[in-house]
Design a protein around this ligand. Structure first.
Ligand code: FAD
Length: 464
């Protein structure tokens, strides 16, 4: 309402309340457009207003006003999420928290920060103190600490430390409840899975702690070959060799490396590639091992902090999709977890979908259910040519038939994205922290929709 917007403007200053124009469109979107299915389903969803918040005190007052008027609230950090997590399905107010970005403390291997602190800045401040992030997404320059835990899973570093779900990585959350008199709840280590990957549906993270790892000097290296099987043998063996400290081990199938325009001059055309980050002390031995296996090592690059030049990690994880999409907008993607027999699984998929599915693998340590142990797992984000939603479904079914796990990125609903996180604990927290169901409504399927939800106010797919 006009009075609500006027109250927001009084509180934040008119410049920090956006009610129209391109800025509002931009603040209503994330990277959902990677998916042609989501483009169709949620591409027309916009907030009525967006607020740029810079302090906890402001946030508390906005929440209180919004609860009185029953305004839906969608929180965003860097908005690099690729599942439409930040797209407001019911309009309402988008809360941009990138202004709440203080790093409160960085000591004893723990960072304590406000939600909008950027991961790249945390890494740059941590390294001179002898620490580094345990894992970070390839979007680390833009993405925020709370957005990563709210919508992400892991990334560079996960080969050594597992993903965000690995016990111990997330140390604490402080969340704000969505009530007329908002409260702060502190969730310690044992309770962090109640908030992790909940798409901002069950409390606003206002402060959090992540454990760090001792910093290492890394080296970036490209290993390449026209022989896919030979390259995979080497990658698989190196991934399991725990004596070689690694931060990144990505294997990327031709033609995908040809799409990496800024760096493709660094390796031969037609080659499949491995992009590696290894401890500097092991780098010579790893390069010699690759050459002894008949592979090429066409490029070795120092690792800069702060970052000065493009890094190999800018082409891995979901960034591979970005470069493929730049080359051909018909590409989209799936997010897969493979078994120990990943090579057989991929051969089956390659034979069934030639010219439609292209693979790259990310090796990580541990998974959602286990501790770190010696458990190296292989996942990846295959780039696929999109034709129809039915064809995409055939690909997902084919994955399931051979035991490949798919976290479906063509839905913005948490439960449909293939995550198995014990939603009951997240749902219970939602009942306590968001009793009027105002936070990012529609994204948590098991949660009730807000009282104002009518078919006319919802995207069709939510009720059809
Ligand atoms: P946002 O997109 O802003 O938010 C993500 C979710 O968290 C939203 O649901 C939002 O509502 C919620 N949220 C944000 N702030 C809060 C808060 N304060 N309280 C409660 N909820 C909140 N992800 C990976 O895990 N690993 C990768 O390697 C990776 N690579 C990517 C590459 C590309 C090219 C792209 C487009 C995406 C990639 N992603 C990856 C997804 C995404 O970039 C990351 O998960 C990133 O860390 C999200 O951070 P963000 O600040 O952009 O979050």
């Amino acid at each position: 309402s006009a009075t609500f917007i006027a109250a927001l403007s009084d509180l934040l200053g008119a410049d920090n309340v956006i009610t129209s124009g391109k800025n509002l469109t931009t603040l209503s979107q994330d990277f959902y457009w990677y998916s042609p299915v989501l483009r169709e389903r949620i591409g027309d969803r916009y907030a009525a207003a967006a607020a740029k918040v810079s302090s906890l005190d402001q946030l508390k007052q906005i929440v209180s006003l919004a609860v009185k008027e029953r305004v839906p609230l969608t929180v965003r950090g860097g908005a690099t999420g690729n599942y439409g997590q930040c797209v407001p399905l019911f309009g309402g107010l988008v809360l941009d928290l990138t202004g709440m970005d203080k790093i409160i403390d960085l000591s004893d291997g723990v960072v304590t920060a406000e939600p909008g602190a950027r991961l790249g800045i945390i890494e740059n401040q941590a390294r001179p103190l002898g620490w580094e992030l345990r894992c970070y997404p390839s979007t680390w320059i833009k993405s925020t600490i709370a957005g990563f835990v709210g919508g992400g899973s892991g990334g560079i570093g996960s080969i050594a430390h597992g993903g965000l779900r690995t016990p111990g990585t997330i140390k604490q959350f402080k969340i704000l409840t969505i009530e007329e008199e908002p409260r702060i709840l502190t969730l310690d280590e044992a309770e962090t899975m109640r908030v992790f990957h909940a798409y901002g549906t069950n409390g606003i993270i206002v402060e959090m702690q992540l454990r760090l790892a001792p910093a290492r000097p890394w080296q970036q290296m490209v290993v390449s070959s026209a022989d896919w099987d030979g390259l995979l043998n080497f990658a698989d063996e190196l991934a399991h060799d725990l004596d070689v400290p690694k931060r990144l081990l990505s294997v990327i199938e031709d033609p995908l490396p040809a799409y990496f325009k800024p760096i493709k001059k660094f390796y031969p055309e037609g080659h499949h590639v491995i992009f590696l980050e290894v401890d500097e002390a092991s780098a010579d031995a790893v390069a010699a091992r690759a050459e002894a296996a008949g592979l090429e090592v066409p490029h070795r690059i120092p690792y800069h902090f702060p970052r000065k030049a493009p890094m190999l990690s800018d082409y891995t994880w979901n960034h591979t999709t970005l470069w493929a999409l730049k080359a051909d907008p018909a590409y989209t993607y799936l997010q897969c977890g493979y078994g120990e027999n990943f090579r057989e699984q991929v051969k089956t998929l390659q034979a069934r979908f030639p010219g439609e599915m292209f693979f790259h693998f990310e090796f990580t340590r541990g998974n959602s259910k286990m501790g770190l142990e010696d458990n190296i797992v292989c996942g990846g984000v295959p780039v696929v040519k999109f034709s129809t939603e039915e064809r995409l479904k055939e690909m997902i079914d084919a994955c399931h038939e051979i035991g490949v796990f798919v976290a479906n990125p063509h839905t913005c609903i948490i439960e449909e994205g293939g995550r198995d996180l014990g939603y009951d604990i997240q749902l219970e927290l939602k009942a306590e922290a968001d009793p009027h169901n105002l936070l990012n409504p529609g994204k948590m399927k098991q949660a009730p929709l807000p009282e104002f939800a009518t078919p006319g106010s919802m995207p069709k797919f939510l009720y059809s």
